[in-house]
Design a protein around this ligand. Structure first.
Ligand SMILES: C[S@@+](CC[C@H](N)C(=O)[O-])C[C@H]1O[C@@H](n2cnc3c(N)ncnc32)[C@H](O)[C@@H]1O
Length: 295
């Protein structure tokens, strides 16, 4: 498996494009993170936060927008040296102190504790697109809580394993066999595996190969999370009022999306981003846990 930092070092120069409002309709890849950021800002605003720390902040595009539009104090860190180098430039260009962005690997517990001691506690801590790349969920949430005041807000993004119930492909097969049927005997699983091979498009999805000079996203650790299991981890780490919010809606399962007019498809996707119902748990390939650190 390729190094996570190599992938993100390679994607750093073009990373900002997904947050460019001009490109919402023209980006080849659906700019899901643009809608995620809008949602995050609505949550932060509704909770009247005055300070935000972002773990895995890339080259700063989202946290700079949060600082500018919400007028809050921010700090940030990331694993990738190239993301942090560009991030410092971006902070400076936008009138923020470049020292507010620093290099920290969340897997390095001493470094995370030292950073938390150095910067203190915040009203909100966000980690968007980061937990898929880390093995230890409990430590990840504990690391977030180190930066958070009691009563503060956690926003934790994850890739949604439940979406596989709407994809009818290899991911559906893996979820049914490895998760849903986990407590069930092997002979039953073998029967189901054989049957699913006839019913599902197990040759899909294809591997993403949009990165030519750096390892592609599918070549690095990029885990899906079961929302119920991850919200249990969050609760066990001392959080209350744990809830979900969803984004990156898929109006059809991806393998038939190509048969629909791309502009119409995108219009429907964008419209769905305001849906706050239970449907997101199945129609969305990603979600966020919002929770409050117990006072
Ligand atoms: C998908 S990007 C998300 C960036 C940003 N949070 C956003 O919302 O656009 C994931 C980021 O997490 C960082 N990352 C991955 N593993 C990390 C780790 N172990 N420690 C710190 N950052 C990490 C990557 O370098 C990358 O910049």
């Amino acid at each position: 498996m390729a190094q996570v930092s190599d992938h993100y070092d390679g994607s750093a120069p073009s990373y900002h494009e997904q947050y460019d409002p001009e490109k919402i309709w023209t980006n080849a890849e659906y700019p899901a993170n643009y809608f995620r950021l809008n949602k995050v800002m609505r949550i932060l605003k509704s909770r009247n936060v005055a300070s935000v720390y972002e773990l895995g902040a890339a080259e700063g595009s989202p946290i700079i927008r949060i600082a500018q539009e919400l007028g809050v104090n921010v700090r940030a860190s990331d694993l990738s040296s190239e993301m942090v180098r560009l991030g410092k430039e971006n902070f400076q260009r936008n009138g923020l102190d470049p020292d507010l962005h620093t290099q920290v690997d969340i897997n390095d517990r001493d470094a995370v504790r030292a950073e938390a001691d150095r910067v203190g506690q915040f009203d909100a801590v966000i980690a968007l697109g980061v937990i898929p790349h880390v093995e230890d969920d409990a430590w990840f949430v504990e690391a977030m809580s180190l930066f958070l005041k009691p009563g503060g807000t956690l926003i934790l993004q994850f890739r949604n394993a439940m979406f596989s119930m709407f994809t009818f492909n290899r991911l559906t097969k893996e979820f049914i066999l490895d998760d849903l049927m986990a407590p069930i005997g092997q002979q039953f699983k073998d029967q189901v595996a054989h049957d699913l091979d006839q019913r599902l498009a197990v040759d899909k999805p294809p591997k993403r190969e949009w990165d030519k000079d750096a390892p592609a996203y599918d070549e690095i650790l990029a885990r899906f999370h079961n929302p119920f299991e991850l919200s249990d981890v969050v609760a066990q780490q001392g959080f209350v009022d744990v809830s979900f919010t969803w984004y990156n809606f898929h109006p059809t399962y991806p393998m038939i999306a190509g048969g629909i007019d791309p502009t119409e498809y995108r219009r429907q996707q964008i419209e769905l981003e305001d849906d706050e119902s239970w449907r997101g748990m199945f129609l969305c390939s990603a979600g966020m846990i919002v929770a409050t650190r117990a006072a």
